[in-house]
Design a protein. Structure first.
Length: 118
């Protein structure tokens, strides 16, 4: 049973930066590295959306809303995925989750709250 734990969220001012981390346990690094991993977010009253994903070899994709501001990366040896958020905007306020960027996912973690406000 893979468990996902997200952390690093908090309150940030518009234009500020945060670095989110997501650690996966219950799987080996070789298994973790096989999957395309993604960061998702869910704002109040909205559907959960995929904002960035990264393949096992490091190819990345971003939603238009975060392109040029967010950077996804991974450390397969640590079973960890990161999301560097720069130039944060109020519309980035949401709970952020990581999971496989696939139709069949692991169980969701608790997420980490990001609030962008002055």
């Amino acid at each position: 049973q893979v468990q996902l734990v997200e952390f690093g969220g908090g309150l940030v001012q518009p234009g500020g930066s945060l670095r989110l981390s997501c650690a996966a346990s219950g799987t080996s690094g070789s298994i973790f590295s096989m999957y395309v991993m993604g960061w998702y977010r869910q704002a109040p009253g909205k559907e959960r959306e995929l904002v960035a994903d990264i393949t096992s070899t490091g190819t990345t994709n971003y939603a238009d809303s975060v392109k040029g501001r967010f950077t996804i990366s991974r450390d397969n040896a640590k079973n960890t995925v990161y999301l560097q958020m720069n130039n944060a905007k109020p519309e980035d306020t949401a709970v952020y989750y990581c999971n496989k960027a696939a139709s069949i996912r692991w169980s969701w973690g608790q997420g980490t709250q990001v609030t962008v406000s002055s």
